[in-house]
Write a protein that binds this ligand. Structure first.
Ligand SMILES: [Zn+2]
Ligand SMILES: [Zn+2]
Length: 360
């Protein structure tokens, strides 16, 4: 039934579609969106291990999405039923330092998540607070209207693909003179590569997964290095001017070995950007502040979301035919929600790029 709401309930070894009530936008500042796509981000880890992040429960999986507004609640302006939209992640307050400065929604000081949205709208648990729902609640502050000419197949990349990696590349002075390292080549690494190549950088990938390195090559990577090569650092330096090291390194795996190598790859005054997300692991990076940071005058930053102030520019980029070709390379497929167990199992083999759920 197309007008029936469904949710993907995920726990260790189980991913099943369950019927849930329709949510309604009765709370201030909300719309209801019928989803066209929702990206699979890290949910396969819950299927494999049963570990939930702070804001997730079996009925609150998935945080990405795009689709069509079917209901507009009180206190919403500039959005109407029938509008095609991107749903950005979380429920930002609009009032804290982060929101007022156009920074990232998921770093809002008062960030609220799926169960909060359901409570605010008097909706049943699991009925629309998450991305893996056909009909979902979305706060207007995190909904972005898109033109009719932009296919949802490209709009969906505004979440944890091109979008979550856009601001961190844009805001760190990347240009044709930049030499960058991408350590770890999962779908976030691929998206960083696409953003770096879009700005003309020379990009080196550090990785051992041949399937994913092949996607990186098709995206136009300039060189790849195997992290287990004893002379990996010499190889890397020989690719940079005067052997100085890279200007910026993007760590996209979350593993301390890659974090260490991403740090060691930097030239003096270089910057390490930490993007790898491994919340369930008890990994730490050993850091010598004097030798690793002070003496080489390096900077370390972390970020994993699109800035509010870059939403309009990202929308332009999603409509760029060259970038759309890159997205076709990065995206491995789309599957119906009831194929979740098969696609989670597939993703866990780490042979692919990004996957999306469909709700048709
Ligand atoms: Zn805020
Ligand atoms: Zn994500």
């Amino acid at each position: 039934m197309k007008d029936q709401n469904v949710n993907l309930r995920v726990e260790k070894g189980v991913a099943e579609v369950v019927e849930v009530p329709m949510p309604h936008a009765v709370g201030e500042g909300f719309v209801v969106v019928e989803q066209a796509y929702a990206g699979i981000c890290t949910e396969q880890k819950v299927y494999a291990t049963g570990f939930y992040e702070a804001h997730e429960s079996p009925l609150h999986m998935g945080h990405e999405g795009c689709g069509t507004i079917v209901e507009v609640g009180p206190g919403v302006s500039g959005l109407a039923v029938g509008d095609r939209v991107i749903v950005h992640i979380g429920w930002a307050c609009g009032e804290c330092f982060v929101c007022q400065h156009g920074l990232t929604s998921t770093n809002c000081e008062n960030l609220r998540v799926g169960p909060d949205m359901e409570a605010h709208n008097g909706a049943a648990p699991g009925s629309g607070g998450a991305g893996f729902n056909r009909f979902r609640l979305a706060p207007a502050i995190n909904v972005q209207k898109i033109p009719d000419t932009l296919d949802f197949r490209y709009a969906r990349a505004a979440n944890c693909l091109l979008g979550s990696t856009y601001s961190i590349v844009r805001d760190f002075d990347v240009g044709p003179e930049t030499y960058a390292l991408v350590a770890g080549v999962g779908f976030i690494g691929h998206a960083v590569i696409a953003n770096l190549k879009h700005r003309g950088a020379t990009v080196i990938a550090l990785g051992r997964n041949e399937s994913r390195l092949e996607i990186a090559r098709r995206l136009g990577i300039d060189a790849t290095i195997h992290p287990d090569d004893p002379d990996w650092l010499d190889q890397l330096k020989s690719l940079t001017p005067n052997g100085r090291g890279v200007d910026t390194s993007y760590e996209c795996s979350g593993h301390p070995d890659y974090q260490r190598k991403a740090l060691d790859s930097l030239r003096r005054f270089g910057q390490l950007i930490l993007m790898g997300y491994q919340r369930e692991k008890d990994w730490t990076l050993d850091l010598d502040v004097h030798d690793d940071i002070l003496v080489p005058a390096r900077r370390i930053a972390g970020m994993e979301d699109l800035m509010f102030k870059h939403r309009a520019d990202l929308l332009e980029l999603l409509q760029d035919p060259t970038m759309q070709q890159q997205l076709d390379i990065m995206i491995s497929g789309e599957v119906p929600l009831d194929s979740a167990e098969a696609v989670f199992t597939d993703i866990l083999t780490k042979q692919h790029g990004k996957f999306y759920f469909t709700f048709a």
